[in-house]
Design a protein around this ligand. Structure first.
Ligand code: KG4
Ligand code: ZN
Length: 358
């Protein structure tokens, strides 16, 4: 068995994992910096980098101890090299390079998005090709995953990422940080009230890009519409009536996810026209931990008789097991990166893609 060490420091999670080529996660540790960033209502890059620097080494030692392994027993060192916040990327990649140099081990400097893209092969051994819906704080894309390293972008967001829209709506509604889980929890309260026969308010919101022939997304208009509806409840930033906030969160979540389902449907139709036989639809990235989205994607896949594979929530949000696994996938193909590899704050999965829409 080959064992990879994975290091993830591209945003506000410091994460280390040890994964075997038999798809077993031998140990993993994640340190969330939510408390440090909460007072600012978002991730502060400088604070993130400093925290990675403080916590990465103890976290590495703890993870090795958990698995009862030493660095000498690791076969490959994988770290996120981009895209992400440059300070954090430097910390994680430099740690990986140092270990690779000191222990004469191969280094693999990975694309973070590739980690998300290949997680379903770690959890469910899904085969190629599959459609990937990648929905995180910085990305909202549909990709055709043909092989390790072969990703064809089918569509992307023209403005905000879906996670970013959830985060901004949460901020408007005073639901706190991080916004995605807070919006989902508030929306759940609204649904519960409805199920118990209580009164709920339904806010009319637009579905941007609905029915368009290219599977692109847009969320800025929806976000503005939520702002307008929130303003009708009282000054945004002040404490708004709780029940109305929960109902507005539910209306936003329903609208955003309607858009996602329509765009995924558009991509699936296109793939069908091209007579490509898919092995499944995979969702990944932080927003893929949203239960409402998971249910809707399952239902859509049912219509296409297509397996719907969504890793457990803890492997949808940022983690190092996905980095270790992507490292193993590449190691099998003989890849090894030089110690002079630089971190890349921007790094698209499909460099040939330029967005076009009609
Ligand atoms: O993949 P991820 O952990 O980090 C990035 O690479 O961006 O995704 C974080 C994003 C944040 O915008 C967060 O609010 C969103 O995922 N998110 C959610 C949920 N959990 C996390 N959005 C909606 N519902 C959730 N349950
Ligand atoms: Zn991510």
């Amino acid at each position: 068995m080959t064992i990879a060490l994975g290091i993830e420091t591209s945003c506000d999670e410091t994460a280390v994992a040890l994964v075997g080529s038999d798809r077993r996660i031998l140990a993993q540790s994640i340190l969330s910096q939510i408390a440090e960033h909460r007072p600012y209502g978002g991730v502060v890059p400088e604070i993130a980098a400093r925290n990675h620097l403080i916590h990465l080494r103890p976290l590495l030692e703890k993870t090795l101890q958990q698995a009862q392994l030493s660095l000498d027993q690791i076969d490959v060192i994988a770290a996120t090299a981009g895209p992400g916040l440059i300070g954090g990327l430097i910390v994680g990649l430099t740690m990986a390079k140092s270990i690779a140099l000191a222990k004469s081990k191969p280094l693999i400097a990975l694309n973070h998005l590739e980690g998300h893209a290949l997680t379903a092969r770690l959890t469910d051994a899904v085969e190629f090709p599959y459609i990937l819906l990648l929905v995180s704080g910085g990305h909202c894309q549909l990709l055709l995953v043909k092989a390790v390293g072969d990703y064809q972008c089918l569509g992307t967001t023209l403005d905000d990422a879906l996670g970013e829209a959830f985060d901004k709506v949460a901020k408007m509604l005073g639901l706190g940080f991080p916004g995605g889980p807070a919006v989902e929890a508030a929306a759940k309260q609204s649904t519960l009230r409805a199920q118990q026969g209580g009164k709920i308010q339904s806010f009319p919101l637009p579905r941007p890009m609905w029915g368009r022939p290219d599977p692109n997304f847009s969320f800025s208009g929806l976000k503005t519409a939520v702002y307008q509806q929130a303003s009708s409840l009282g000054p945004v930033g002040s404490q708004l009536p709780l029940a109305a906030v929960q109902d507005l969160a539910a209306s936003f979540q329903a609208a955003a996810i309607d858009c996602i389902i329509d765009r995924v449907d558009c991509a699936l139709k296109r793939i069908k026209q091209q007579k490509i036989t898919l092995k499944g639809l995979v969702a990944a990235g932080g927003v893929a931990s949203n239960q409402f989205l998971r249910q809707k994607l399952q239902a859509l896949c049912g219509q296409y008789h297509l397996p719907c594979i969504i890793p457990p929530p803890a492997l949808c949000t940022d983690n190092a097991a996905m980095i270790a696994w992507a490292g193993l996938e590449w190691f099998k193909k003989g890849r090894q990166d030089g110690l002079d590899t630089l971190p890349r704050p921007r790094w698209p999965l499909d460099p040939n893609f330029t967005v076009s829409y009609s």
